[in-house]
Design a protein. Structure first.
Length: 238
């Protein structure tokens, strides 16, 4: 799991015998001033309350509770033992959650690879259709006197390049295997998987842009959705 946290310890003296000191000089000044205002404006103010005066900063001070050396040692021991237990529990929970996320990511990788295999089958089965399209396009250009030999060569090259997606398919396969190897090796995997998400997305975008088949385009969009799911889960990995 990826993230940070801070631990703050606040000690508060809850003893009933706390050392309380009252600043009588300040209290007298405040009392006299409050009474003066009250008697001059009885119709506007209620009679001053001691409780309200005690709430004014500086009137009441509770002396800091000082521990002796033995008490400090016992307190530190109790605090750090409890903190160690909490941190170990946190570590165990992170590992469990990490395993869940890893399993979800491996499942998504399996789905991505299945889609890749489907695209590969489509491209293999559609080679004849692509050849016919290219042949038909060439005939149209040949019969058009306004099309130069250079233009014809460019068009043929364009179709051939679009028809060849084997390189993208092979790279998708390699990236999926690399992701599996990252999980197998363990350690901090988040950054490396982040990078692989970009590579997977790049190859899928190229597959979609080269697509000459409706089914291939559909699978390409499904691949993009799976890669986005993968990326969202990766954000939670360290």
């Amino acid at each position: 799991m990826r993230g940070t946290f801070n631990v703050f310890l606040n000690l508060q003296n809850e003893s009933q015998n706390a050392d309380v000191k009252i600043n009588n000089e300040l209290l007298d000044v405040l009392k006299n001033e409050a009474l003066k205002i009250y008697f001059e404006n009885e119709d506007m103010f209620s009679k001053p309350s001691p409780v309200e005066l005690f709430k004014i900063p500086g009137v009441v001070r509770v002396a800091d509770y000082v521990l002796d050396d033995e008490s400090k040692i016992l307190l530190h021991k109790a605090v750090f033992e409890t903190l160690d237990i909490a941190l170990q529990k946190l570590k165990d929970d992170r590992l469990k959650e990490g395993e869940k996320i890893a399993n979800a990511l491996l499942h998504i990788l399996d789905e991505i690879d299945l889609k890749r295999q489907s695209v590969e089958k489509i491209t293999q089965n559609s080679q004849e259709n692509i050849r016919l399209k290219i042949s038909e396009q060439i005939k149209n250009f040949v019969n058009d006197p306004n099309v130069s030999a250079e233009r014809l060569e460019q068009e043929v090259l364009f179709y051939v390049m679009r028809a060849d997606v084997q390189e993208e398919i092979d790279r998708l396969k390699a990236h999926v295997q690399t992701a599996r190897d990252i999980f197998k090796n363990g350690g901090a995997v988040g950054r490396r998987l982040d990078f692989l998400c970009q590579e997977l997305n790049r190859e899928t975008n190229t597959l979609c842009s080269k697509s000459m088949d409706l089914e291939q385009t559909k699978i390409g969009m499904e691949l993009k959705a799976l890669i986005e799911q993968f990326r969202e889960q990766v954000q939670n990995m360290e």
